[in-house]
Design a protein around this ligand. Structure first.
Ligand code: AGP
Length: 602
């Protein structure tokens, strides 16, 4: 989380930093700040909340002449979202911005406090700037002092430091959190991802973990643990594909409506008349592979979970799904005959990225399914399949989930095709359903209006259970996650058959049950489960093609010929329901409290 920008050069710096931070605001919006050094003039501004507050605060400020500058948008990890905790953090004569977590900051802080240093914030980041000044005061040489500082840090970081002791230099270091350097002649930019520098820089270098250095007079000097290092820049695309709301109230709403056409892009060149094709995969990709492990977080984890049913059903291959943050520390048994798949919208999720690195170290074949090309996860994987969803701005993921689910469905069928575990008849049936998917994703205005009306009945109560069976269980988990993320109401996803083993104790009229009741999958079983809840007075919102007389509210779906078509159609219903409840509650749909789009801390 958190977004970092930096610029060294003659141009007006405030606008460069604010524009860059605007592009990174999805990474956190608890506070933002900038610091500029021009000769002897030091300027520093911070504001809590969204970037617009910082814009307002810096309205009358303009930088002049050559200088160095850094900026930051924060997702709070250590310390509340206050102005004192906002970056850049100031020492006596230096500023620092940081993304990540310094795990040993308590020890470092205590040592510094013993030396008489006073800390103004509760953050881990502030230790970096004091540590640097401690070493620089002793050495009177900023780069070795910075180098020594970096050596002391444990954990994940991408950090930029500027100091009056070297007013023509930006110091940088990266380990575990993303950062890149952009070049335009003598001018140099830093950013957490490439969007802030597109249109400004024409070449880029994506820093690797363990790299650090400084930039001065347009020249970057780069080091890693082996010493000074040469590096090769690559061309940076000139087109910024920026997302606009296009008349929708929220990005999330637009992204729900977009799902139908982005799905066509996801399938293009991959779903052929009588086969599935991935140009990313060599013919022998699955040779010597006997099992699959998928690792992901949040929504991406839910798409993985749904696909585990498909990999076993169509590909006849064992498939385990792991939450990345759990996987990392369970000392997993990793074998080379297992394909390791990571799924991520952003491609920067720290837990997923670290799990991927573990798999690589174990010598596993790695494949990522990702929405962002050139992201850390894509670069780290042996092979990447892009989901082609386009930029997703809403923090609550929608079209990324839809396209991930589609790629995974295609991949499981592809596996069945190469392993000859699916008959021609099944292959045809699946392909036929895939081709119909964009239609199943079209948002029916009448349905949307009905959900808007219904939403007013679901603003109170003591919680929601989303229930489903088979692939509809992960969909229930996803429906519940969507609702809690943007409504702040308690919601859980549960396998319908599991309710009787405990959660049914909660049933009363104030317990809302959203029942996913597909016609094509265990309809009678789930019907019994919902009847059990209804008998205990739970309020039932049933989503099904089949009218259900015990439903308090009923959403009729259209598709009843293939489970995946029902899956996608019901997915849209749950997304719209969450959206409309959030709107009624007056919440910030696109930037819900406490969240960030890209989670780059553990
Ligand atoms: C989705 O609505 C969430 N905001 C979140 O759970 C997200 O899916 C998770 O953080 C993983 O992100 P990724 O797909 O970018 O790796």
């Amino acid at each position: 989380m958190c977004g970092i920008v930096g610029y060294i050069g003659p141009k007006e710096k405030k606008e460069i930093l604010l524009d860059g931070l605007q592009e990174l605001e999805y990474r956190g919006y608890d506070s933002a700040g900038i610091a500029v050094i021009e000769g002897k003039k030091l300027s520093n501004f911070k504001a809590i909340g969204k970037l617009k507050n910082l814009r307002e605060k810096t309205k009358s400020y303009k930088s002049e002449g050559f200088g160095i500058s850094i900026g930051h948008t924060r997702w709070a990890t250590h310390g509340k979202p206050t102005e004192l905790n906002a970056h850049p953090h100031l020492g006596a004569y230096s500023y620092v911005v940081h993304n990540g977590i310094i795990e040993n900051y308590q020890n470092l802080k205590e040592e510094l406090q013993k030396d008489g240093v006073t800390f103004l914030s509760q953050t881990d980041t502030e230790t970096i700037v004091h540590l640097f000044e401690k070493f620089n005061n002793a050495m009177n040489d900023p780069f070795p002092a910075f180098q020594k500082t970096i050596e002391k840090l444990e954990g994940a970081y991408a950090t930029l430091l500027i100091t009056e002791a070297a007013p023509d230099t930006i110091f940088f270091a990266k380990n575990g959190s993303p950062m890149l350097i952009g070049f335009d002649g003598e001018e140099v930019y830093f950013a957490s991802s490439d969007t802030p520098i597109i249109g400004k820089a024409n070449e880029v270098y994506y820093l690797e973990d363990g790299e650090y250095g400084f930039v001065k007079e347009g020249k970057v000097t780069l080091f890693n643990e082996e010493g000074e290092k040469n590096f090769t820049k690559q061309a940076l695309t000139a087109d910024k594909i920026s997302a606009q709301k296009d008349g929708y109230r929220f990005f999330m709403e637009k992204e729900i409506y977009e799902q139908s056409h982005v799905m066509t892009d996801t399938m293009m060149g991959r779903v052929l008349d009588d086969s599935i094709h991935f140009e990313e995969l060599d013919k022998d990709f699955f040779d010597d592979i006997y099992a699959i492990t998928i690792c992901a977080c949040g929504t991406s984890y839910h798409s993985a979970l749904a696909s585990s049913y498909l990999f076993q059903r169509l590909g006849k291959m064992r498939c385990d799904v792991e939450i990345a943050s759990e996987f990392r520390y369970k000392e997993p048994f990793l074998t080379r005959k297992t394909l390791f798949i990571t799924i991520s919208q952003s491609g920067e999720t720290a837990d997923t990225l670290e799990a991927l690195k573990m798999a690589k170290t174990a010598g596993m074949k790695t494949l990522s399914i990702c929405n962002v090309d050139n992201s850390s996860i894509v670069r780290e994987s042996d092979v990447a399949i892009l989901t082609r969803a386009g930029i997703e701005k809403g923090v609550a993921s929608t079209k990324a989930f839809a396209t991930q689910s589609m790629v995974l469905w295609m991949l499981s069928l592809y596996l069945g095709q190469v392993r000859e575990t699916v008959s021609e008849e099944i292959l045809k049936r699946e392909i036929d359903a895939m081709i119909h998917t964009p239609k199943a994703l079209i948002v029916d205005e009448k349905l949307h209006a009905k959900l808007t009306r219904l939403s007013k009945r679901y603003l109170h109560g003591h919680g929601f259970f989303f229930i489903g069976r088979d692939i509809f269980f992960p969909l229930a988990l996803e429906g519940a996650l969507k609702l809690k993320e943007i409504s702040y109401l308690h919601a859980e996803g549960y396998p319908a058959g599991e309710m009787k083993h405990g959660p049914i104790a909660l049933a009363d009229s104030e317990l809302f049950t959203v029942a996913l009741m597909p016609k094509t999958m265990h309809y009678d079983k789930i019907k019994s489960n919902v009847e059990e809840l209804s008998a205990r007075d739970a309020t039932i919102l049933a989503i099904s093609p089949e009218p259900f007389e015990l439903a308090d509210d009923f959403i009729k779906t259209q598709y009843d010929s293939h489970p995946m078509l029902e899956f996608f159609e019901m997915m849209v219903v749950t997304q719209l329901l969450a959206l409309e409840i959030s709107v009624r509650l007056g919440n910030d749909v696109d930037m819900p409290r406490n969240l960030a789009k890209s989670v780059t801390v553990e």
